[in-house]
Design a binder for this molecule. Structure first.
Ligand SMILES: [Zn+2]
Ligand SMILES: [Zn+2]
Length: 351
């Protein structure tokens, strides 16, 4: 029997359930879940939509997401069973699961970008995930050894860590030339500051409206921390960068932060939007060609990027998110707390 926390209706609660069949075949692997991070995306899934601005919403139901669903796309676990074609697996090790699994038939999947698959099978989004004591995955190639890390520290690398790393990879060539600007320095932002260092970049300039978060970013290695609400925020950021920015990572994704990112970046610059706060694009269209800007989105990351990230993490070069563990059965309470903005750092469920 498998015990899970399941979402049966959008807008409803996540509730405890039992599942009978956890048998494996072919290349499938069954894991005993040791930790699963609770991501903000889970909150949107429970609600059933994203805010798109202009009074519009993106509905998960209309986009084909099927319920019931066991959420949880930051899982870690130990192998307990594997199909006959899965090969030899070390049952003493704790693994992080790469959750962004694709169809393996489309162009994106064939090019190694399963995270851009048009028919995704993401763990905890399209197929049952880690809000459970057991988790089945289709192939052992999605398992990554976490080395000496605690499962609760390693599990969030599957989404928070990879998302941040992949965004930085998109502007990697700028990191040594000028400080990258990071907007939003909650847990993801602090991880981003640490990763810039691990990638050999100049100390970044961060922007946040919360003075405590700005102070934490300076401690983590940022060269400057600017209040996004300051009237002269753009001038302050550019002064700290030493001119117009070459690259900005927007970890918030609100109209105000996208607007600030657009204003601080210079000609030929890149802005990468990662955050899913929501809203509508605030930029004057003619300035996009005039500044020859590249505006990019970044969603999760690829399998090879995850392999790189896990290599850095096993060497101790990826800063741990502040995490707190909770029992599996408190999943719905944790989502409520996250909704109320009451979770500091990363909440991780440990069955
Ligand atoms: Zn996530
Ligand atoms: Zn695909």
């Amino acid at each position: 029997m498998m015990h899970c926390q399941c979402l049966n209706e959008f807008g409803g609660a996540v509730v405890g359930e039992e599942r009978a069949d956890m048998s494996v075949s072919g290349t499938e692997v069954l894991l005993r879940v040791t930790a699963n991070g609770v991501c903000h995306t889970d909150l949107h899934i429970r609600e059933g939509n994203y805010n798109l601005g202009h009074g519009k919403k993106l509905s998960f139901a209309e986009r084909g997401m099927k319920l019931p669903l066991v959420m949880g796309h930051e899982p870690a676990g130990v192998v307990v069973a594997a199909g006959p074609d899965a090969g030899e697996l070390d049952k003493s090790k704790n693994y992080v699961v790469f959750p962004w699994q694709g169809c393996m038939e489309c162009h994106q999947c064939k090019d190694g970008r399963e995270n851009y698959c048009a028919a995704p099978r993401y763990t905890g989004l399209q197929v049952d995930g880690g809000y459970a004591d057991h988790l089945k995955i289709p192939h052992p190639r999605y398992l990554f050894d976490m080395g000496d890390m605690e499962p609760a520290i390693a599990a969030p690398l599957a989404c928070s860590g990879l998302t941040t790393y992949s965004a930085l990879k998109k502007v990697e060539e700028t990191l040594k030339k000028a400080p990258v600007v990071i907007i939003g320095v909650g847990g993801l932002g602090l991880m981003c500051v640490g990763l810039v260092k691990a990638m050999g970049g100049l100390p970044p300039v961060v922007v946040d409206i919360d003075p405590e978060k700005r102070a934490a970013a300076i401690t983590a290695g940022a060269s400057a921390a600017i209040d996004g609400l300051a009237e002269d925020a753009v001038a302050q950021v550019q002064a700290a960068v030493g001119g117009s920015a070459l690259a900005v990572i927007d970890l918030v994704g609100a109209e105000s932060t996208a607007s600030l990112a657009f204003d601080v970046v210079g000609k030929g610059g890149k802005m990468v939007i990662v955050g899913l706060f929501g809203g509508a694009a605030p930029w004057p269209l003619p300035l996009i060609p005039v500044k020859a800007l590249t505006i990019m989105g970044s969603y999760a990351g690829s399998l090879s990027e995850f392999a790189e990230l896990m290599k850095l993490a096993r060497k101790g070069l990826v800063p741990a998110l502040p995490t707190k563990t909770y029992p599996l059965d408190s999943a719905n309470d944790i989502l409520n707390q996250l909704e109320g903005g009451k979770v500091v750092g990363r909440a991780v469920l440990t069955p």
